[in-house]
Design a binder for this molecule. Structure first.
Ligand SMILES: [Fe+2]
Length: 509
């Protein structure tokens, strides 16, 4: 999923709830030329692209008659719980606004780790996300150490256990030290919770469970009007609901959750070593999960959230000759919460990279987090400058001739200079019928070849809400379908390099 930034003005925050044009493109228009997209000059103008609306049956109804609708479904379709994958070419996008409860957007992502301060320090350095809040022994929390990094509305929380079991003083009431230890042993550094800000965490929990969600933690009143609840998402990952009073502006509130101490206050008090840290990351764009079987996973999540299908990709759309995957993207009403899920495709010459993930992660889990920047080229320069000093490394760049295709596909939006900069930094470029996506992928960010990050910028799709405020339509520019094959070639090359190391280091029996 991709888009660049000096190209766009401020990378939009999640659109406000009152948006109007809910137009949706047909899948088949994605290859059409884009005569309305001006060549971008620095600074980039806002590109407004209005797509053609289509009316389709809501996904919940559609699933019930999937077998007849899908009579001509392409190869690679997947079945499970009445769900069938149509793939990119067979899918028609529509937004039935079918959420079962009000969802305002992503709130935070929590990683469980063995040592939270070490993990948070590395991410802060690598991503330019300063420490924003803490809850640990120094704040009177004897159960877990938790550190929150924040860059605009992007929030990463790192938590590690102290004591033997749950106890008084935990800032996250669902935190169980024993479970956290088992989680880390099973998965390594991994995402435990994808948190959404909802209108009412208790109501969201009740509605979810009533529609089939497996409960993980019942609603808890955190004080000051904050509430938290959790349901299972996939594997050992939970979907966390967080709610707090409307007057708590999520963009400006000094606090994160009750029980957390504002770390920015410490910096303001003159704590040494706290300079400005900002590489341009602004928000979480999408959180992708890998599961063994897509059908039941999609039916489960869509069933209790009401989220609609935003996109589909079948193996034939995204795979290389040797590996592939099937993927479905679910979205909330405002399409600000995008939760794709992937399943492996079997029977190919080479094992699917999704299966490799599942093996190394010990089951389903979050595969990657896409972080939106307001200037991806600047973000990349900052991140790459730290790659060799403890920051994150990136997947190898595509072959040089890849950028000849970029010039053909996006030369009306990106200048030659910008394309040259993308080439220098290894940024991939894709577009759909609505906008342009700039994207790049890190190598795995922990010890295991599992979770990685995607850094993106979306260009185009600017709209206005009822109050005349501009925002960018969710998922503008797609998810990098046109780059999947390049990405997977890179991943396969990386996996092959790991395998060759194994074969040279494992002693002969
Ligand atoms: Fe992605």
């Amino acid at each position: 999923m991709l888009t660049p930034s000096r190209l766009l003005r401020d990378s939009p925050s999640p659109p406000p709830p009152t948006t109007k044009p809910r137009t949706n493109p047909t899948r088949n228009s994605h290859r059409e030329p884009h005569p309305h997209l001006p060549r971008v000059t620095l600074p980039l103008p806002i590109i407004i692209i209005r797509a053609r609306a289509v009316i389709t049956t809501p996904p919940h109804a559609r699933r019930g008659s999937a077998s007849t609708e899908m009579g001509n479904a392409p190869e690679g379709e997947t079945e499970g719980s009445g769900f069938k994958l149509r793939g990119f070419r067979g899918f028609v996008r529509a937004n039935p606004r079918s959420d079962r409860f009000p969802v305002h957007g992503f709130h935070h992502v929590e990683f469980w780790t063995g040592d939270a301060s070490t993990a948070a320090g590395r991410f802060a350095f690598a991503l330019g996300m300063p420490l924003s809040a803490r809850s640990d022994l120094s704040t009177g929390n004897p159960v877990h150490a938790s550190y929150l990094l924040r860059s605009r509305s992007l929030r990463f929380l790192f938590s590690a256990p102290y004591g033997p079991g749950p106890g008084a003083g935990a800032a996250i009431p669902s935190f169980d030290p024993e479970r956290a230890r088992r989680f880390v042993a099973a998965h390594g550094l991994a995402v435990r919770a994808v948190a959404l800000r909802v209108a009412d965490a208790a109501a969201a929990f009740r509605v979810s469970v009533a529609h089939g969600a497996r409960p993980a933690f019942p609603p808890a009143d955190l004080g000051d009007g904050f509430a938290l609840s959790e349901v299972e998402l996939y594997g050992d990952v939970v979907l966390r609901y967080v709610s707090f009073p409307a007057d708590q502006n999520p963009g400006e509130a000094p606090g994160f959750l009750p029980g957390f101490e504002d770390a920015a206050a410490a910096a303001a008090a003159g704590e040494p070593g706290r300079g400005p840290l900002d590489y341009g990351l602004r928000r979480l764009d999408h959180a992708v999960g890998n599961v063994p079987e897509l059908g039941p996973a999609v039916a489960y999540v869509a069933g209790f959230t009401g989220f609609h299908e935003f996109a589909e990709f079948a193996a034939e759309d995204v795979g290389t000759a040797e590996s592939g995957l099937n993927s479905v993207v679910l979205a909330n009403n405002e399409e600000t919460v995008l939760v794709p899920m992937n399943e492996p495709v079997h029977g190919t010459k080479r094992r699917s990279q999704i299966q490799t993930y599942l093996d190394h992660n010990g089951g389903p889990g979050v595969q990657h987090l896409a972080l939106a920047s307001d200037d991806v080229l600047r973000t990349l320069r900052e991140m790459r400058a730290r790659s060799g000093a403890g920051g994150f490394e990136f997947m190898p760049p595509p072959p040089p001739n890849y950028y000849d295709g970029v010039r053909r596909r996006a030369g009306d939006v990106l200048s030659d200079e910008q394309i040259a900069e993308c080439k220098e930094l290894g940024v991939l470029v894709d577009r759909d019928d609505q906008g342009v996506l700039l994207q790049i992928f890190t190598k795995p960010i922990g010890d295991r070849p599992t979770i990685f990050l995607e850094i993106i910028q979306r260009i185009g799709c600017m709209m206005k809400d009822d109050d005349g405020r501009e925002y960018q339509k969710g998922g503008c520019g797609g998810f990098g379908k046109g780059n999947f094959s390049e990405l997977f070639k890179s991943i396969e090359e990386y996996e092959k390099s790991l395998e060759s190391k194994q074969s040279t280091t494992v002693p002969a029996s």
